[in-house]
Design a protein around this ligand. Sequence first.
Ligand SMILES: O=P(O)(O)OC[C@H]1O[C@H](O[C@H]2O[C@H](CO)[C@@H](O)[C@H](O)[C@H]2O)[C@H](O)[C@@H](O)[C@@H]1O
Length: 245
Amino acid sequence: MPSHQLPDLPPPDRLAILLDFDGTLVDIAPAPDKVVVPDGLRDALSVLRVACGDALAVITGRPIAQIDHFLPDLPYAVAGEHGSAIRHAPGEAVDHVVLPELPEEWLDRAEAMVAGWSGAHVERKQSGFVLHFRAVPEAGEPLRAALEDMIAPRAADFHILSSKMAWELRPVGSDKGSALEAVMARPPFAGRVPLFIGDDVTDRDAIEAAERAGGIGLMVPERFGEPADVRAWLGELAARQGGAR
Ligand SMILES: O=P(O)(O)OC[C@H]1O[C@H](O[C@H]2O[C@H](CO)[C@@H](O)[C@H](O)[C@H]2O)[C@H](O)[C@@H](O)[C@@H]1O
């Protein structure tokens, strides 16, 4: 979608930019470690962070360490694992939300679930895990059924998030909406108008939180098209600012 059809933004000194990662900033790749970060994206984020007085954050389902790997020193704040881990400023300790503890034996059971499907794999996180089946789509429904059976006795504490060709098992208690609120509560974000961009079901919580805060929430498929369109728009925004970090 051409940028003139996107909403007008407040000036950069009143704006906070909060961005999802996979499917928003970078194209979906065959596996989580295979995503490619174009140089132009790094440059645009760097300029926008300066223009917004450091109020630039990534809110992702990934662990914070992976954002540090793919976007080193770029976002000022990072909320990882759907808001269960938040680093509010560069170099600061990570805040962890207290959540139901994942039963250790569930990881073994998850590994056993994917063992029957060549190409499926488990991505472990601090407070949950993801069953990826992009390489074996027919495993999707059986894996979901197995996960549902496993968590049924703990349905008040755990739920399954639908991701792109993946099921994520998460403890209840944080989401991208709570992450956005927590990030926006602290300087340099506090008092600014949040702009959040995301592409997936789990991003809707952050979109709603941004709108509740008087800000703007944009879904990539509906408002941009593809991550390349988001990158182009961020590039245009950055070009209008001039000057880099
Ligand atoms: O919140 P996000 O930043 O959008 O992260 C969501 C999940 O993204 C990753 O998985 C997805 O992207 C992979 C790379 O393109 C793709 O191979 C996979 O099929 C997708 O489901 C990541 O692995 C997860 O941990 C994130 O929760």
